[in-house]
Design a protein around this ligand. Structure first.
Ligand code: NAD
Length: 471
């Protein structure tokens, strides 16, 4: 059993002031795997103080100095890539396939931010004035469990590029993953206090970050409900906030596609990260007259998708992160049945032979109405809703009939038609013919999926305060 009893403040691994111990349960086996000592309010204040002190100098660093730092961190992360993958698989049951991709994304984040920074002008002329973009200050980074180190790398690479310092509050369920990423930042030899890691509970560490006047900006990824609590709390000290929140992303299959290719890809998109992904394509919109054909392909694909030990390279769906998350998914499957959706495959309970862990059956409902709760609410598990539509206009209306607007997907054999449909959808990212990622293109939500953008220039500007100097 692992023991995580240190937090990282001012360049040192120290014993926290907090004494509460949390047990971490392995989601695959149901056995206790680690104990973590949780940080408290005092630890959070100490971390904020360290970051404030460091900001005095780091805010004056040059672009070249920051590029050198980012390159150093990147090289350490490359060296530890396997450790990052393995701990992610172990700690929260992400599949090996998914976790390897996330570790690569972490490296790509640094590569992309280094390139962005090289081409970015912090001083410009606007009208007849000078414009200076200066670092916002100390950033509080609050992270969920589902892709912990990936999100940390996206946010920290940008904060460092901007000249900000940071206090990171990862999920209490990601303590082992946090330990490794903190070791990477330490090994890269960052000046003290630029990056601090304080693992603790949301209503303790997260609440202090939200309230403390020493924090200038909060970069949050997590649920819409917690995002709202943070935004409300942050306004008292007028902190800047970026919120990356939930989603219920539509995947429009237009009537001209090859279904044998598009539907298996759509299933993969829905079950991304065992369905525990904000960007998961959980509403599959298909033409009415193709519904029967889609059902057959979807059922075959899901039956062939392996649910099981996330360590195996051919596993497509691992366990849910926690018992609570398992129960949440069960509840939604029950709701789907009560709402009268047709169960195509999967259903309640655990798959045979996988009773020990938090495994759920890969589940597809078909003939779903978009007004049903399973089509409107974020389930965060491998549960897909197939929703039939009449024509293109209807498909777009259904796609947009949601409180969310994080991602959307469109498949068509006609690129221009797909682009035209994409233009009509209210979502921060629309992928055409695939589940795609771009570490330089903006990522973030319309509507209740959030505020602000990450990645590339748009992401960097979120960490900068514009100052106009008029002469
Ligand atoms: P969550 O909102 O419960 O928790 C996220 C973080 O906020 C955790 O570190 C938690 O401890 C902290 N927190 C909880 N209460 C807090 C409070 N009162 N004040 C400050 N911080 C607090 O989310 P989760 O269950 O860890 O993750 C799943 C959610 O995250 C899903 O809704 C998912 O859609 C969302 N998510 C969004 C994105 C995105 O980029 N848009 C990416 C991944 C996950």
């Amino acid at each position: 059993m692992k023991v995580i009893n240190k937090i990282y403040i001012n360049g040192e691994f120290i014993t926290p002031n907090g004494t509460e111990i949390l047990e971490l349960i392995n989601p695959t086996s149901g056995q206790k795997m680690a104990e973590v000592t949780l940080a408290d309010k005092v630890d959070t204040q100490n971390a904020i103080h360290a970051a404030r002190m460091a900001f005095k100098t780091f805010s004056k660093s040059t672009k070249d100095e920051r590029i050198t730092l980012l390159e150093k961190i990147r090289s350490v992360i490359i060296k530890r890539q396997k450790d990052l993958t393995d701990v992610m698989v172990e700690e929260y049951g992400g599949t090996y396939q998914f976790c390897s991709m996330v570790s690569q994304f972490a490296i790509d984040d640094f590569t992309a931010m280094i390139e962005t920074l090289k081409n970015f002008d912090f001083e410009r002329t606007i009208g007849h004035s000078k414009l200076r973009l200066q670092p916002k200050g100390v950033v509080g980074i609050i992270i969920p469990w589902n892709m912990s180190n990936g999100f940390i790398c996206t946010k920290l690479s940008t904060a460092i590029a901007a000249g900000c310092t940071a206090v990171v509050k990862p999920s209490e369920m990601s303590a082992q993953q946090t330990q490794i990423i903190a070791e990477c930042f330490h090994e890269a030899g960052l000046p003290k206090g630029i990056v601090n890691f304080v693992t603790g509970m949301g209503d303790v560490v997260g609440a202090e970050i939200t309230r403390n006047p020493g924090i200038d900006k909060i970069a949050f990824t997590g649920s819409t409900a917690v995002g709202k609590i943070i935004a409300k709390g942050a306004v008292d000290t007028m902190k800047r906030v970026t919120l990356e929140l939930g989603g219920k992303s539509p995947n429009i299959i237009l009537d001209d596609v090859d279904l044998e290719t598009a539907i298996p890809t759509a299933i993969m998109g829905a079950f991304l990260n065992s369905g525990q992904a904000c960007a998961a394509a959980t509403r599959l919109l298909v033409p009415y007259d193709k519904l029967e054909q889609v059902n057959v392909i979807a059922k075959n694909t899901v039956e062939k998708t392996k649910v099981g030990d996330p360590k195996n390279e051919d596993t497509g769906i691992g366990p849910m992160v926690s018992k609570k998350q398992f129960e949440r998914v069960q509840e939604y499957i029950k709701i789907g049945l009560e709402e009268g959706a047709t169960l195509l495959v999967g259903g309640p309970g655990k798959p045979e032979g996988l009773e020990a862990g938090n495994f759920v059956k890969a589940t597809v409902f078909t003939n779903v109405k978009n007004s049903m709760r399973i089509a409107q609410e974020e389930i965060f598990g491998p549960v897909l809703s197939i929703i039939p539509y009449k024509d293109e206009e209807d498909a777009i209306a259904i796609a947009n009939d949601t409180a969310y607007g994080l991602c959307a997907y469109v498949s068509s054999s006609d690129q221009e038609r797909a682009y035209r449909v994409a233009a009509e959808i209210d979502a921060g990212r629309v992928c055409i013919n695939g589940i795609l990622h771009d570490s330089k293109a903006p990522f973030g939500g319309f509507k209740q999926s959030g505020i602000g953008r990450e990645y590339g220039e748009f992401g960097l500007e979120e960490y900068l305060e514009p100052k106009a100097i008029l002469e």
